[in-house]
Ligand binder design. Structure first.
Ligand code: TYD
Ligand code: MG
Length: 455
């Protein structure tokens, strides 16, 4: 066997060094050197010969290439299928990232155990077989074709993959596996990259769909090198607040489907439940009308749903008023407060403002603005808003209400859920002509017009 050589490569400028250095002599960046394996000539030759054996490598015309949608592996999970674009693709590598404890292992175990007639190899580098069994008991599902391996050595894992030839391979997590080629610790940039490359080389010829679990770092991006995101075909992010029940699955990259799809789950005692109609859960079902709440009709990806916005405006007890927001960008809140002050004449400077979005979900739709200012004004006046009204509109710096995207879809969703009135920016009426809905559409041009209409 050829001897494996090591080198250290600067991740910023690509300069190589025989030993690790803290600061790159070439570009001057700190902590950018990562250990890498240099494949010798022998191994290179082997790789190219073996790959010719597996793949018929010749150029094809478009007409010669057939796409069989049926080749996809159905995950038996509607929300996951929706985000993946219809299931796992043969040979496709999916990376599932998320904070610790969010439910990544639960989701993949649930999928593994629901694929009854498929062979699944679940490799866990984090948990023992007993821990996996306990989780499976909680989920209360069984699949005789699913086998578990508690292992961290990449070479041993790939040996089992080649032996078992599973229909689905799961590795939990990419940060725990190590290759013998490198001496660095598990989870280091070099290890993650090398392991991902080894997985790629093994599963592509076998056409095994592979699901890798990845941790995310403090900044919220996937820990490990950015290159990992380039190697894999699909990147999924599992988000949510651990103290809340809702979890959102998004894809930030998908070579086989749309990235605007969204999956919603609820964490229950027996695992994750698919949420088909999120609006019903995100609205607290109180019949009493309370001040400080309003309902926004938001759009995330391809889905529209209703979400409750709660605000509390009170006199500031200390010199500097407090502004606090959960689930909504605090800078955006400050901007909306400034617009209310300057353009509509509300004196909120000396008031504390607290904002909360139901369900612990972070929504980035600008259409939330209208609901946010409505609930702030409602709390400020201590006047309740009719719970059968909803809002969708972006607020501009001059106090104008601006139209938002997918307006038809929002109106249809609000109508379906029995809302009586939806407040929107003045939009093109010809667009709304074909919508058959009972709901009354109220167009508002500016904040002051909205205030007059509501209070
Ligand atoms: P886990 O899947 O271990 O998270 P991750 O792999 O992302 O680190 O799930 C963590 C949480 O989920 C844990 O705090 C317990 C909770 N949980 C349930 O509420 N119900 C269940 O059925 C299971 C299996 C876990
Ligand atoms: Mg886990």
């Amino acid at each position: 066997m050829a001897k494996i050589k090591h080198t250290f490569v600067c991740q910023s400028c690509g300069v190589t060094s025989a030993k690790w250095v803290g600061r790159c002599n070439s570009c001057g960046d700190w902590n950018t050197f990562v250990e890498e394996v240099v494949s010798s000539k022998d191994t290179k030759n082997n790789a190219s010969i073996s790959s010719i054996g597996h793949v018929e490598a010749r150029p094809f015309r478009l007409s010669e290439i057939s796409i069989k949608e049926s080749d996809r592996l159905d995950t038996n999970n509607g929300e996951l299928n929706r985000v993946l674009g219809g299931g796992f693709v043969p040979g496709g590598i999916t990376l599932l990232g998320g904070e610790p404890g969010i439910g990544k292992s639960t989701l993949v175990l649930q999928v593994a155990l629901s694929l009854n007639d498929k062979k699944v190899l679940y490799v866990s580098g984090e948990e023992s077989l007993q821990q996996l069994k306990l989780r499976a008991l909680r989920i209360n599902k069984e699949n005789e074709n699913c086998v578990f391996l508690s292992e961290t050595s990449m070479e041993k894992i790939l040996f089992h993959v080649e032996k078992e030839k599973p229909d689905l391979l799961i590795i939990d997590s990419i940060q725990t596996v190590v290759t013998e080629h490198l001496e660095t610790a598990a989870g280091s940039v070099g290890q993650i990259r090398e392991c991902a490359n080894l997985i790629l080389k093994t599963v592509k010829p076998l056409q095994t769909p592979t699901l890798l679990i990845g941790h995310i770092n403090k900044e919220g991006s996937l820990a490990g090198p950015k290159i990992l995101e380039h190697i894999v075909d699909t990147v999924l992010q599992f988000e949510g607040d651990r103290n809340h029940l809702f979890r959102i699955l998004r894809s930030s990259k998908n070579r086989f489907g749309s990235t605007s799809e969204l999956g919603i789950f609820e964490m229950e005692q027996t695992g994750l439940r698919e949420v088909i109609n999120p609006s019903e859960l995100l609205l607290s079902n109180h019949d009493m009308q309370l001040s400080g709440t309003s309902i926004s009709c938001v759009q995330d990806g391809m889905r529209s749903f209703m979400i409750e916005v709660q605000a509390l405006v009170s006199s500031a007890a200390y010199g500097t008023p407090q502004r606090s927001s959960t689930g909504f960008d605090i800078r955006r809140l400050n901007m909306l407060l400034a617009v209310l002050e300057k353009r509509a004449g509300f004196r909120l400077m000396a008031k504390d403002v607290f904002l909360n979005i139901a369900g612990g979900i972070k929504i980035q739709d600008p259409a939330m603005d209208l609901g946010v200012i409505t609930s702030i004004l409602s709390s400020n006046f201590d006047l309740a808003i009719d719970t059968r009204c909803c809002f969708a509109g972006e607020v501009g710096l001059t106090g104008e209400i601006r139209p938002v995207n997918r307006i038809e879809q929002r109106i249809i969703e609000a109508d379906k859920l029995g809302f009586r009135r939806i407040y929107l920016a003045v939009s093109n009426p010809s667009k709304l002509k074909n919508i058959k809905a009972q709901i009354e559409v109220c167009n508002v041009r500016r904040i002051d017009q909205l205030v007059k209409a509501l209070f």
